[in-house]
Design a protein around this ligand. Sequence first.
Ligand SMILES: [Fe+2]
Length: 203
Amino acid sequence: MAGKLTDEQIEKNKEMVDNMIDLMPEPRRSKMMEMFEGMIGMEFYTAPASTRENYHACFPGGLCDHTIRVTQNLHDIAKVLAPNKFKTSTLNFVGIVHDLGKCGDGVQPFYKILQGQSTLWRRQRGELYETNKELVYMPTSDRTIFVLNRYGIYMTDEEFQAVRISDGQYAKTNVEYSMQETDLALLLHFADRWACTQEKQSE
Ligand SMILES: [Fe+2]
């Protein structure tokens, strides 16, 4: 569900993600679990998905909530448009990791509470978080790939492309992939984009 989350809902979302990871083949399953046991996991379950309330899922736990919605959309769309083409574990994997770069780099978080302003100021303007300027700059999808690499989680070429261009043509850096997208990349992008629309409609 979109909107502010209770501790119970955050815990329920954590269980859902754990269950999806559990279906992944080894060694991916173990490596994903190892990654989520550390700083990345902590951020994944509690971070927002954006910095401002007029973006999407800008509340504690928003990133995980958004990720689950994307993964569910991906299953729904794939069932209709590409039935039996992708394994459940593949859809779970690209859905879960597509915004992983928003968790930071495994050492430092990506999102921080906006500093230097009062809670009232932040609430009135809807500017609740800022991105961590101490991280070496890279687009979020590149940081996702960096983090997966740091934890030794390898991807197929199709998975790599889908994760790399999950923002579709909204990201200038994806223009070279235009008309070269695999089915998985197209489905993941639309699942992500549709989740944003769902979240905006329900907040
Ligand atoms: Fe996303």
